[in-house]
Design a protein around this ligand. Structure first.
Ligand code: PEP
Length: 231
């Protein structure tokens, strides 16, 4: 079972440090935990991953960080393809695939996000799968250190998670393309995490808003540990 936290553009370095210290007080009981803090709050800690990086060692890429900066913190995990980078920051599939290839070649563990917007979901599951196929173009779905996160755009940060049946069907379809761990993300909260983790082909969750409170996140890890035992 995997429980990952995406802080997005929340928390300062000082706050992330405190968060990590508080997390050290609990046992993960076999749950794999990953934290993606903002770039200014990266730490040398195997729990940490980068929300983003440019696919180059270093260079003239104003505002970006690259491999050299990640190496400084011994970071070997990265989030690629998040919907906010696709839709707000304009990353194309071609660029995302290039980024994937670069960090794959560097041996990074890659949390690769896919997910459809509402207008596609409203057209039905076939349209959703077609859309998701476009988001896996150029991506090596057999990469040994790959973790796929299915995050419907309409469920991210809205407080409205996808329905259990929708997650079940979509994950079953994605499973046809990859045997790698599949996470669900999109308004996962304390009150729905157990139900979501009990769905077939759901190997964990990627949590945004609800992860910002360390006590809530700790409880989520505990619940995931229990689900792991009963699954
Ligand atoms: C996310 O951004 O990856 C996410 C899942 O956010 P939230 O949990 O807030 O919907």
């Amino acid at each position: 079972m995997i429980v990952a936290a995406n802080f997005k553009m929340h928390k300062t370095r000082k706050e992330v440090k405190k968060y990590l210290e508080e997390l050290k007080n609990i046992k993960f009981n076999g749950v794999k935990v990953a934290i993606f803090p903002p770039q200014s709050a990266l730490f040398e800690d195997k729990i940490i991953g980068a929300q983003n990086a440019y696919p180059a060692i270093n260079g003239a890429y104003t505002g970006e960080i690259g491999l050299e900066q990640l190496n400084e913190f011994n970071i070997k995990r990265i989030l690629i393809g998040h919907s906010e980078r696709r839709h707000i920051l304009g990353e194309t599939q071609e660029f995302i695939a290039k980024k994937f290839e670069f960090f794959k070649n560097e041996g990074f563990e890659i949390f690769y996000c896919i997910g459809e917007p509402l207008e596609i979901r409203e057209k039905g599951i076939e349209a959703v799968i077609e859309y998701l196929k476009g988001q896996i173009e150029g991506i090596d779905l057999g990469y040994e250190k790959l973790i796929v996160a299915y995050e419907p755009v309409w469920a991210i940060g809205t407080g409205v998670s996808a329905k259990i049946e929708q997650i079940k069907k979509t994950h079953a379809e994605i499973r046809k393309f990859t045997s790698k761990p599949l996470l669900y993300g999109g308004s996962v909260k304390l009150n729905n995490i157990e139900e979501i983790l009990s769905i077939e082909n759901v190997d964990g969750v990627l949590v945004g808003s609800a992860s910002l409170d360390v006590n809530v996140f700790k409880e989520m890890i505990e619940k995931a540990a229990e689900c792991k035992i009963s699954k």
